[in-house]
Design a protein around this ligand. Structure first.
Ligand SMILES: C[S@@+](CC[C@H](N)C(=O)[O-])C[C@H]1O[C@@H](n2cnc3c(N)ncnc32)[C@H](O)[C@@H]1O
Length: 346
């Protein structure tokens, strides 16, 4: 993987001594960097945790819960900024708390990702900072903790708090920063649910169980609760899993939430699979991700089962699906989204 911004700060991970922390996110899903004993890594993606663990890193998977690290205890923190502002703000604030006086925070990112603004806010909080550039768009910055007061903390939107962020006639949905589209109902998913009843009528028999692949805060799963069947919801993102658990505890759904990357490790087969697949990993478009979601649906769908994917019109899902499924048919579209019905048999 080559990410210019990450390349600017990777040497600090390799050279770190004392006690250091690497905050790793989905932008670095295929990072190959040899383990440094002085550094612990924290990531909110289970696939990245597994990847780094295999490379020998001491790594923790959590919704960026840094409470395991004491105040004023670290020499350095290294962080390639994430996509979402509240996540970045939360991690800059936490780096400030965890660093010793004169400890260093190394951050990097692109201008279009807001690195200039993150730098100037962080400089106010920390007291001192300087930048360097790989090119006119890609910056890194070193912040030194000179201030003791935390009065200039960045607005992290109460990062850890689950709250009702969206609702419809049937449900109030709990979510939080760090979940994909955390404060709204995804329009593609809403389109799928609008057509759910007519889609279910195309099934050879009523489903006896269901899989919500890439569940986010659990919108699709909750909208299956009237079927009164066991639902497995799975995602690779710690914040999504936490929000989905919260929603499952709130409503009478026979559901379980499983941390996994593309359902890896789930062995059960399902009669029904619903999916609104991602096509971005961090800042980059990842075409391969669609294939991995299709493969996961193929592997987890039983012989008589039916899967329904919703995607943007421009994604050639039917064509991609042909390598995994006997039939891939567009059953509805509205100019923005389409629903694709996938089966092993005709
Ligand atoms: C377009 S969102 C749909 C979310 C949810 N189903 C909804 O309807 O609101 C795609 C979801 O896939 C998840 N995702 C991305 N990569 C994944 C992976 N490798 N394994 C499992 N889930 C993943 C994201 O965290 C996100 O929650």
């Amino acid at each position: 993987m080559s990410d210019t911004a990450f390349n600017l700060i990777a040497p600090y991970i390799q050279r770190a001594s004392g006690r250091s922390l690497w905050l790793a996110d989905e932008n670095l899903l295929s990072a190959n960097i040899s383990a440094n004993e002085a550094v612990i890594a924290i990531t909110n993606r289970i696939d990245l945790e597994q990847h780094l663990y295999r490379q020998g890193w001491k790594v923790f998977f959590s919704d960026y819960d840094l409470s395991i690290i004491e105040d004023n205890s670290l020499d350095s923190v290294i962080y390639r900024v994430s996509k979402e502002k509240p996540v970045v703000h939360h991690l800059i604030n936490e780096a400030f708390r965890c660093l010793k006086p004169e400890g260093k925070l190394y951050i990097a990112g692109e201008k279009g990702e807001g690195i200039k603004t993150y730098f100037s806010k962080a400089k106010k909080l920390f007291g001192e900072g300087e930048t360097s550039k790989a090119d006119k768009n890609t910056w890194s910055a070193t912040l030194t903790k000179l201030n003791a007061s935390s009065e200039d903390l960045l607005d992290a939107k109460d990062f850890h708090q689950l709250r009702v962020t969206a609702s419809d006639e049937t449900f109030e949905y709990y979510s939080k920063p760090g979940v994909f589209g955390w404060d709204k109902i995804d329009r593609g998913s809403a389109y799928l649910i609008e057509h759910l009843d007519s889609f279910l009528m195309t099934l050879p028999e009523p489903p006896r169980n269901a899989l919500d692949l890439g569940c986010g805060y659990g919108y699709l799963s909750l909208n299956l609760s009237h079927l009164d069947i066991p639902v497995t919801a799975t995602d690779n993102n710690a914040a999504a899993l936490k929000a989905c658990e919260r929603n499952f505890n709130r409503y009478p759904i026979n559901g379980k939430v499983v941390p996994a990357s593309c359902a890896e490790g789930i062995t059960e087969k399902f009669d029904l699979i619903l999916c609104n697949p991602p096509f971005h990993a961090g800042f980059s478009v990842d075409g391969d991700l669609t294939d991995r979601f299709l493969k996961a649906a193929h592997d987890r769908l039983n012989g008589r089962g039916v899967a329904c994917f919703v995607t943007n019109m421009h994604i050639p899902l039917e064509r991609k699906a042909k390598q995994f499924f006997h039939q891939a048919e567009c059953i509805a579209s509205n100019g923005n989204f389409k629903l694709i019905r996938l089966t092993h048999k005709t």
